[in-house]
Design a protein around this ligand. Structure first.
Ligand code: 4AD
Ligand code: MG
Length: 477
């Protein structure tokens, strides 16, 4: 007999039939009630065992974490908390989990402890919920773009270009380190590390996506990107997934509209499809909030925050207006944050961004028209000659979730910019060809997928929303 997923058994449609379930034991209460979970849902199915029917030797193996199969009749449950349960007739243990050794016991584990056990943390309710939400969000990303006429474009992972020019690249090497090519001075010749060329892991698929947008019209990437940032924050990973749409003939306003519509769609889709998981995560957060001092408690639950984003327009504010707001803001009493920034032209620090979003506007904010000096080479210059058509989307509790822009489509202006920034024009010959042949206005953005998952799950550390986080501290799995 084939087994049925627990998510389907719980609908009760097989009531009074013989069913089979397979999964991992969450708890085995009073040697009578097995809470069984197979990952298909946050909810367990209760399996009722008649002690006299099974040898004690077998029941001893039914520990938390053990993999088992149960066969029995699906009946209505009299107990609170579930509608149906399985009256077990047959019980098989595939793999035991010795309680003396198995780290994931039915108690509250700290997130730090779980990070050290990244290969087993998925067996907790919390990580099951987070990773189902992550999977659903991924699907929603593809669905949104596919339903709206975009083509999925796979950007290369190994590339010779540095899209962001921030020098945060991991080099890719094919060098045989026992036989390294050296320069005349005896230094390792990294210029030749990828079969004679200099290459790195991509920081963004944007430049390549632009070439495709110039033929397919609307494209998007959704793949891993890498940044050799030696920073240890709760918002940065060395390996993260980025979603990058790129659209021919879109200007910056179209770009903002697309980003807002897209984010709302994926949040709405996930709210609908992952309702039980989000209710679980919401409850977890509310329990955490109770341990905080009153003044620090959030005034909205997770579900309220998600609905708030759906129901309200993102506030669109120029960089210049934002600087004025920050200048006129009162410095925080305890002087922990200095909201007054150095002056027009400086990049906003994360405390500035959080002030704008969490204290001033109290909603997602799209900041646009940044000073050219602090943004990448490819952004379109505005008529003022000072600002570029850049946009960052800032989210409460997260900070920057999206970075994007209208691209500089004018060949001469772009070449001048590249030169003035000291970028090697020759390395970008293929990119410049898009401006030489049939150039057109176009725009796009990059959304950091893990930051989106952070927002939707209410988690606060980016290491907890990706299966195996790559940070300077952790890459052992
Ligand atoms: O703002 P960024 O650097 O923009 C780009 O890479 C553009 N080329 C995107 C484009 O226009 N196609 O990165 C985009 C987003 C950020 O807003 C942030 O959400 C995320 O990527 N991000 C990171 N997420 C996790 N860890 C890191 N180290 C990240 N760096 C950026
Ligand atoms: Mg950015």
């Amino acid at each position: 007999m084939k087994h049925t997923k627990i998510v389907d058994l719980l609908t009760g449609k097989n009531l009074l039939h013989e069913v089979k379930a397979k999964g991992w034991v969450k708890t085995f209460r009073n040697n009578q009630f097995i809470a069984l979970n197979d990952g298909s849902t946050i909810n367990n199915i209760q399996c009722v065992v008649d002690l006299d029917k099974f040898p004690a030797e077998l029941l001893k193996k039914v520990n938390t974490g053990a993999a088992i199969s149960v066969t029995g009749t699906l009946i209505e449950s009299k107990g609170a908390g579930q509608n149906v349960e399985i009256q077990v007739n047959k019980l098989k243990v595939y793999g035991e989990a010795n309680p003396e050794e198995y780290p994931i016991q039915p108690k509250k584990h700290s997130l730090e402890f779980l990070r050290e056990n990244a290969h087993l943390r998925i067996r907790t309710n919390m990580f099951g919920a987070i990773m189902r939400v992550r999977s659903t969000l991924s699907y929603a990303v593809h669905k949104y773009f596919q339903d709206n006429g975009f083509f999925y474009f796979n950007a290369p992972i190994i590339t010779g270009s540095d899209a962001e020019g921030a020098g945060e690249m991991f080099r890719v090497t094919s060098l045989d380190f026992d036989n390294v090519p050296r320069t005349e001075e005896g230094k390792v010749n990294f210029k030749e590390d990828f079969f004679g060329k200099s290459t790195n892991l991509t920081v963004s698929g944007q430049l390549e996506a632009e070439t495709y947008a110039m033929a397919l019209g609307s494209v998007y990437t959704f793949g891993p990107t890498f940044r050799a940032e030696n920073s240890n924050t709760s918002r940065h990973l060395a390996e993260f997934w980025m979603i990058e749409p790129e659209v021919a003939f879109n200007d910056l306003d179209d770009n903002m509209d697309l980003a807002e519509d897209f984010i709302k769609y994926v949040v709405r889709y996930t709210l609908e499809k992952c309702h039980d998981d989000l209710v679980f995560l919401d409850k977890r957060l509310q329990d955490e909030e109770k341990n905080k001092p009153q003044a620090e408690r959030s005034d909205m639950s997770l579900l309220e925050k998600l609905n708030f984003v759906l129901e309200n327009n993102f506030k669109r504010v120029s960089y210049t207006e934002a600087v004025d707001i920050l200048r006129n803001s009162k410095p925080n009493k305890n002087k922990k944050f200095k909201y007054i920034i150095d002056g027009w032209g400086a990049d906003l620090q994360s405390e500035h961004e959080r002030y704008l979003v969490e204290k001033h506007f109290k909603c997602p904010v799209i900041l646009f028209d940044y000073p050219a000096e602090i943004k990448a080479f490819y952004m379109r210059m505005n008529e003022d000659g000072k600002t570029v058509r850049a946009m960052d989307i800032l989210f409460p509790g997260i900070g920057e979730i999206v970075g994007g822009s209208q691209r500089e489509e004018r060949y001469d202006v772009l070449v001048d910019k590249i030169k003035s920034m000291g970028i090697d024009e020759e390395e970008l010959w293929w990119y410049l060809d898009t401006r030489k042949f049939g150039t057109a206005p176009h725009s796009g953005f990059g959304l950091g997928f893990e930051r989106l998952v952070l927002f939707v799950t209410g988690m606060t550390n980016i290491r907890d929303v990706i299966p195996f986080p790559r940070t300077p501290q952790s890459a052992e799995f």
